[in-house]
Design a protein around this ligand. Structure first.
Ligand SMILES: Nc1ncnc2c1ncn2[C@@H]1O[C@H](COP(=O)(O)OP(=O)(O)OP(=O)(O)O)[C@@H](O)[C@H]1O
Ligand SMILES: [Mg+2]
Length: 288
């Protein structure tokens, strides 16, 4: 049960693998309501972080149709399914995104990830372990809602970015997501990113509103304000070109804010290193 495992603590390093292992930040981008901009934000943040000399791995964990590879005009030949069947190595599955980030196109394999046998788990963990020295950040596009898959990825990620917009349903769905992650999965900290806002003032108002309701009804979790991205028609225009807005419209308002959000993410990196690394992440995911 997820609840039981939430309190279970895993060792930070595996015996015999050395204590000087690097840590990787594992950041999920999630939302209660669908269509609020997760995939767009993940693609652009991945590129922005690469420009800040971070080595970025993106995990597409969304089962929806508008997947990251499609949004970026990439054509993955293999997914994590091939790895689990022993047909391909992780190296062969990863594809290159803009700015040099790597994408793990796991989408079609995700339903099976919760039902792996022990051999497959070990195979996956070992393959992923080999990646640890190659990346600084793992960004996960979780998909929307409160399905188990979304929950497990959020539960396993050290940092959770909850995307909201000014639509009332986006806020109520974000609240529902935070409620489930708090009560059932014992998660306590969330970063709030407001997308498609009219201006900074509106974004802060949305954040304060959510924060107030969470405080009032859930008590313990703490919400940090990560920043905001304006409503900008260049965002869908970039999607139509199958590129990131940072590449197509670097001067746009959205691009400017996305770079600020990336900077804000990098500014407080301390907390996420307390808990673990990429192996820890997968272990937590697989042993939910
Ligand atoms: N800041 C913005 N301004 C205007 N349009 C935006 C903005 N952010 C995202 N969009 C548009 O909203 C639509 C949905 O975005 P996206 O696919 O990234 O959302 P999502 O949360 O990943 O959706 P899903 O839950 O279906 O996976 C896209 O057409 C995208 O271009
Ligand atoms: Mg999406």
């Amino acid at each position: 049960m997820a609840q039981d495992n939430a309190t279970r603590s895993f060792p930070q390093g595996r015996p015999g693998r050395g204590s000087s292992r690097r840590r990787i930040r594992v950041i999920s981008v999630t939302s209660g309501k669908g269509g609020v901009g997760k995939t767009s934000v993940v693609a652009n943040l991945a590129l922005a972080l690469c420009r800040m000399e971070q080595r970025v791995l993106v995990l597409d964990a969304d089962l929806g149709l508008a997947n990251l590879d499609v949004m970026l005009g990439l054509n993955p030949r293999y997914t994590i399914d091939h790895l689990l069947r022993g047909e391909r190595t992780l190296e062969e599955i990863l594809i290159q995104g803009p700015g040099g980030f790597k994408l793990l196109p796991a989408a079609s394999g995700i339903p099976e990830l919760t039902e792996l046998d022990n051999t497959q788990r070990l195979l996956l963990l070992d393959e992923l372990d080999a990646l640890r020295d190659r990346f600084d950040v793992l960004l996960i596009d979780t998909g929307a809602g409160i399905s188990s898959n979304v929950m497990y990825f959020n539960y396993a990620a050290m940092e959770k970015v909850v995307l909201v917009t000014n639509e009332p349903t986006s806020l109520t769905d974000a609240y529902a997501l935070i409620k489930v992650l708090t009560s059932r999965y014992k998660q306590k900290r969330f970063k709030v990113l407001v997308n498609s806002a009219q201006n900074a003032k509106e974004a802060e108002r949305i954040y304060r509103h959510l924060s107030l309701v969470v405080d009032q009804f859930l008590g313990s979790p703490s919400l940090d304000y990560l920043g905001w991205i304006p409503f900008d028609k260049q965002m869908p225009a970039a999607v139509r070109k199958q590129r990131t807005v940072l590449e197509c419209f670097p001067e746009s308002a959205a691009s400017g804010r996305l770079l600020e959000v990336a900077k804000a993410l990098m500014a407080n990196e301390g907390e996420s290193f307390l808990e673990g690394d990429i192996r820890f992440f997968w272990q937590r995911f697989l042993e939910h």
